[in-house]
Design a protein around this ligand. Structure first.
Ligand code: FES
Length: 577
């Protein structure tokens, strides 16, 4: 628990670096002086690290240079010593094969950067999908006071009379282009209009979902998740966050004082109530794992059965993040769910979640639905189990065609993404709207890195015939901005011998979402014969980070963290010699 509100500088962690009258501390102080700082700049002040994931290759964080200065202003106002520390940026758009391959690398970097430096508290500047869980995971393991500043969503896209949503409208209009319904000029017009500012995807994709669950678990200021990136409100949020970080340092308010099983479950309920990204499931299991809090897919499904979807947000609903902000934002939505939350949980603001949301007001019932008029009364995201996914898989049912939620059809199997890409648009492809498209070797190890390939494209001949959704099954993830009847995260994955590796084209596959089942209509004997004929070879790169990843990453149902990072860290302080 917080133990020091007396502003005693000898209690600060950084005092070990700067306080003693010895040769090492002389070295630390003299080098700060070499940077132009006087004693008054840093002595008796908490050192606040601004961990900045700015990069010119991360389009969503292009405003973070300015925001870092605004955080710095808040730190100075409250009497702290700000130090900006760049850390790895994970920009969804440019990184290949997938940012998910590197989530754990950033998490390790954050943990070690915090631990090895004279840091009393940290502002974690992230936003684009994996930067959020990575920074939280690292801060939890370092267990140094930390507050998250989300990048905020970009402005709404606009093309002709259409409001465009990140990702979701790319998939939608690409289908129309493949079907021959969209000319070059219109396609180019959409390209010019869909990303109109700095900030993260403004649909309820993974970035927005993770920003919301971070706020709900208490790791960012109330209302932070929805503030659009380029609004003046976002600059003020940055400064407020800097000010609060200084107070957290004096109070020694650490992640372990804030995050509990209850706060993690508040985050799960929130992700379900906003119709959030399926990726949040993987990330929240990993975050809970760092805390030593058990969280599994069964618990997600239990909470899903009792949580209404109140956020009418794309891709599962109609509106975008700017609308959500104008409607009252996350505090207003949580206010409508307070009976499903543990409102006693602590937040970085030093108040309980209940205190944080008690005065929130819903401005627009269309965007934030009432309890008696939800987007869905429950079950917005569901866990399925069966002989094709012994350890589970997930489907975002609110973003699927309801007619396909109970479906049986013949499998059309693709061994990997390149094969799928090469054959999907073949006019002779033997496929109908009833087929079940299967993609394997797309999981944590198989791809590698667990890419967002799970929204398999509809074959061209079916698009031209007017088909816009069909059942797709894979061991991949899908973008939080994606939609369709996509069964994801099959565990165990095909690359480690999961049943998906043995499915053959023509096998009958059945999904029954109301009863949470997925079934592969092939006898156990037949499965065993196929398994004996195709031994599993787990791919392990011979060197580097890829080797570390392939040797230690866990499966989707376990959060894909490295096995040696799960559980509470002993938090051993470095010696200063
Ligand atoms: Fe960065 Fe979507 S690409 S949040």
């Amino acid at each position: 628990m917080p133990h020091d509100d007396s502003h005693d500088p000898t209690q600060l962690r950084s005092h070990r670096w700067f306080g003693p009258d010895d040769m090492r501390s002389f070295g630390h102080r003299s080098r700060l002086k070499g940077m132009g700082f006087d004693d008054i700049d840093y002595q008796n002040r908490p050192v606040i690290a601004i961990l900045n994931t700015w990069s010119e290759l991360n389009t969503c964080h292009s405003h973070f240079r300015d925001r870092a200065d605004e955080v710095r202003r808040g730190i100075l106002q409250s009497g702290g010593f700000p130090v900006e520390v760049p850390v790895m940026s994970l920009g969804e758009m440019m990184m290949k094969p997938t940012t998910m391959l590197y989530r754990n690398l950033l998490a390790m970097e954050v943990e070690e950067v915090l631990r090895c430096h004279p840091v009393d508290a940290a502002v974690l500047m992230g936003g684009c999908d994996k930067t959020v869980p990575a920074m939280l995971m690292g801060a939890i393991s370092a267990d140094i006071p930390s507050i998250f500043l989300p990048a905020g969503p970009m402005l709404k896209g606009r093309w002709k009379n259409e409001t465009l949503g990140s990702g979701s409208d790319v998939w939608k209009y690409w289908d129309e282009r493949v079907a021959g319904n969209l000319c070059d000029r219109d396609w180019n017009g959409i390209e010019n209009c869909i990303a109109r500012s700095a900030g993260t995807c403004m649909t309820m994709g993974t970035a927005s979902t993770m920003a919301c669950v971070t706020e709900a678990m208490g790791m960012s200021l109330g209302g932070a998740a929805c503030v659009p990136a380029v609004f003046a409100d976002h600059s003020r949020l940055a400064t407020q966050t800097g000010r609060r970080a200084v107070q957290m340092a004096w109070q020694n308010l650490k992640p372990s004082d804030i995050l509990t099983r209850q706060s993690i479950e508040n985050a799960v309920v929130t992700s379900l109530a906003i119709g959030g990204s399926t990726n949040a499931i993987v990330h929240l299991i990993a975050i809970a794992g760092r805390l030593g809090v058990p969280l599994n897919l069964e618990r997600f499904d239990e909470l899903s059965r009792s949580t209404p979807v109140l956020g009418d947000l794309r891709p599962g609903g109609r509106f975008l993040m700017e609308d959500f902000y104008n409607a009252g934002g996350l505090p207003a939505l949580l206010g409508r769910l307070s009976d499903l939350l543990d409102t006693q949980c602590m937040t970085v603001a030093g108040v309980s979640l209940g205190e944080q949301i008690e005065s929130a007001e819903v401005i627009d019932d269309e965007v934030i639905r009432t309890r008696d008029n939800p987007v869905s009364p429950a079950g917005g995201t569901c866990l399925l189990t069966g002989n094709l996914a012994p350890n589970g898989c997930v489907i975002k049912s609110i973003a699927a065609d309801p007619k396909l939620l109970s479906h049986r059809g013949p499998a059309l199997v693709f061994d990997d993404y390149p094969q799928m890409k090469a054959t999907l648009n073949d006019p002779d492809l033997d496929v109908t709207a009833d087929s079940v498209l299967i993609l394997r070797n797309a999981g944590p190890l198989g791809a590698p890195g667990f890419p967002e390939w799970g929204m398999l494209p509809i074959p061209k001949k079916l698009l031209q015939a007017g088909v816009r959704d069909m059942v797709r099954i894979s061991d991949a993830r899908m973008s939080g901005t994606s939609y369709g009847t996509c069964v994801l995260h099959i565990a165990p994955e095909s690359a480690v011998g999961g049943p998906l590796a043995l499915v053959e084209t023509g096998d009958e596959i059945e999904i029954d979402v109301p009863n949470r089942r997925i079934h592969w209509h092939v006898s156990d004997d037949q499965i065993e014969r196929r398994r004996a004929a195709s031994p599993t070879v787990k791919p392990v790169p011979p060197r580097g980070y890829g080797h570390l990843y392939a040797t230690h990453v866990t499966q989707a149902d376990q959060g894909c963290d490295f096995d040696f990072l799960v559980g509470r860290s002993p938090g051993e302080e470095p010696g200063i010699h």
